[in-house]
Design a protein around this ligand. Sequence first.
Ligand SMILES: Nc1ncnc2c1ncn2[C@@H]1O[C@H](COP(=O)(O)OP(=O)(O)OP(=O)(O)O)[C@@H](O)[C@H]1O
Ligand SMILES: [Mg+2]
Length: 292
Amino acid sequence: MAHNPKDLAEIASVIAHDLKTPITATRGLIEALQALGPLTDKQQDYSERALANLEKMNTLVNRLVEWAWIDADPPLDRQDCDLRGLIHSAVRLMESTAAERSIQIDVQLPDNLGLIQAEHRRLDHVMTNLLSNAVKYNREQGSVTVTADGNDDYVRVSVSDTGAGIAPEHQGRVFERFYRATADEAVRRVEGNGLGLAIVKSVIEQHDGQIWLESAIGQGSTFTFTLPRRADVRERRAVSGEASYSVLDQAEGYDYIVPERANEESDSVDDDIQEPSEIDKSAADRDETTAL
Ligand SMILES: Nc1ncnc2c1ncn2[C@@H]1O[C@H](COP(=O)(O)OP(=O)(O)OP(=O)(O)O)[C@@H](O)[C@H]1O
Ligand SMILES: [Mg+2]
């Protein structure tokens, strides 16, 4: 059994390549069969279901490859990244899926959100996965709201939905690989592999950011992440031993504190999920620290 992520990434890409060829060939054969028509209703139904299953297989293969690639943690290719543009294009891609269930996606971004030094491809996965969850775990005619703000050093993005919410006993585990809150009726009906949020968390941490969730049953969920604007923000703080918390400008509707644990590593998912009470506590601790 290979444990080295780089080996796993290589194995996954070989498997993906080997699976993609028969998937494409089978899709072509079914489409050729449909073109022979006219098919009976049953033949049409079976061929469409076969195509739908192939599509699922294809999506799973793509996801596994992405996961293995991100897990192998190739060096970050940080470039100036237009977060506003990235968010808008991820939303555009999700709009037709959302519209199928009459879900409205509302984007509220400041004009001056600015650039961040990040890897576009990986951040795109973050937005796509969070939006995909916000749509697929939502209710018919629900809504998704994407907001963002930032200061000179950090940006913060939130994706909120009006879905069933995540029960407290699952909240600490949803960022684990292959974890699905399948005990919840609303989740059981939705397709998924339990990989999306593990990828999201890993990408955010590779960029020295943080992610957490707030959720209430029956009301919906909000996933929020913060990212340093530049790689040197974190380094600067680590070297200078600056205060261990930084505060984003208290923009409308927000009063969160962003922990900036320069000298502390956290292995626990729970540590990253901050209930407002804990955030307030962080604020109190910070005030004590800076008052010294
Ligand atoms: N917005 C949300 N609302 C309610 N539950 C959610 C939401 N986002 C995630 N979850 C819960 O967290 C679990 C893990 O999410 P994750 O995105 O990692 O996997 P998934 O959506 O099941 O599959 P995929 O690998 O296709 O993303 C989900 O199965 C679901 O139980
Ligand atoms: Mg998902």
